[in-house]
Design a protein around this ligand. Structure first.
Ligand code: SF4
Length: 303
């Protein structure tokens, strides 16, 4: 198959997006703060779980100044349910840096955005594109998968290094600036609903004629050769992030926000025994490293 034509690809994708775009609250604003909140929440959390939390968060901390000045306890409480709580702390550090060093205004360049704490290449590009309408490509797991399958072929996708995929994303970006916002949004929706990781809907895909992976991926999927999404390591039946969430919730629920390791263990696991203390100590140590708790005199407390 020859190299897919980027113009036909854009046209087809944008046509599909006009009919199938998801109705997401952060697409109704160009406020970089709201967009940054949504992007941080969407890292590692499903869209349907993020939507109600996004609304709640924006009510509690409607501006970057309010987030910068909020106490850590209320921020972590507001994040509860999303998992990976350190993202809440990253958001606040980002807000504090913007208030302190940028007079409360988001930088509007990629370089400026990248200099903020907790903002990686993808999030910087997402804010630049969705808030400032800059003609920049985005690469996250979904985009890598979609572009890689269409332009490179799914079997070669695993061998692609990060700079190669960013180069591909840059090369196939629409030339007309006015289409780039929708194009970037459409890639997200397309990757989430059609060209999914383990069950791509190739038979109903409007891009199948251009896609380098079709129909071999269809065969692979039928034979179940596609890589399954990696599963998280389980500790006593649950991934570590769930135990971390339970510990934080417990500390929030206690009047002084603190507890001993034994109290924590017995509260989060009804069958907790002292031979699990070392495991629990390891969990809270990683939480302390992430700034979520403080360990002092054998007591774990909120910062
Ligand atoms: Fe993805 Fe299949 Fe469509 Fe190719 S044909 S873009 S692999 S859904």
């Amino acid at each position: 198959m020859s190299v897919p034509d980027a113009t036909i690809f854009h046209r087809t994708l944008l046509r599909w997006y006009r009919r199938h775009a998801r109705d997401l609250p952060w697409r109704k604003t160009h406020d970089p703060y709201a967009i940054a909140v949504s992007e941080l929440m969407l890292q590692q959390t499903q869209v349907d779980r993020v939507i109600p939390k996004f609304h709640q968060w924006m009510k509690l901390f409607p501006t970057i100044n309010q987030l910068a000045g909020a106490d850590t306890k209320s921020i972590l409480a507001a994040w509860q349910g999303l998992g990976y709580n350190r993202r809440a702390l990253y958001l606040q550090r980002m807000a504090q840096t913007i208030v302190k060093e940028h007079d409360g205004n988001f930088p509007d360049t990629l370089e400026g955005l990248r200099s903020l704490p907790g903002i990686g290449p993808y999030t910087a590009s997402a804010i630049a594109s969705f808030a400032f309408h800059q003609p920049v490509p985005l690469v996250d797991t979904n985009v890598k998968r979609v572009l890689g399958r269409i332009f490179v072929g799914w079997k070669k996708l695993e061998d692609m290094a990060e700079p190669q995929i960013w180069k591909l994303a840059t090369d196939v970006l629409p030339k007309q600036k006015k289409h780039i916002y929708d194009y970037n949004q459409s890639l997200m929706d397309f990757g989430a609903t059609i060209c999914t990781a383990t069950k791509p809907k190739c038979e109903e895909c409007p891009l199948s004629k251009q896609c380098k992976s079709y129909p071999s991926i269809l065969q692979a999927e039928r034979k179940q050769l596609l890589t399954k999404a990696p599963t998280e390591t389980q500790y006593f039946g649950k991934p570590r992030r769930i135990w971390r969430g339970k510990i934080l919730k417990l500390l929030h629920d206690r009047p002084k926000g603190k507890a001993t390791l034994l109290q924590i263990g017995k509260s989060i696991q009804p069958d907790f025994t002292t031979d699990r203390i070392d495991w629990l100590r390891g969990v809270v140590a990683t939480m302390e490293k992430d700034g979520l708790v403080v360990i002092k005199n054998k007591t774990v407390r909120l910062p």
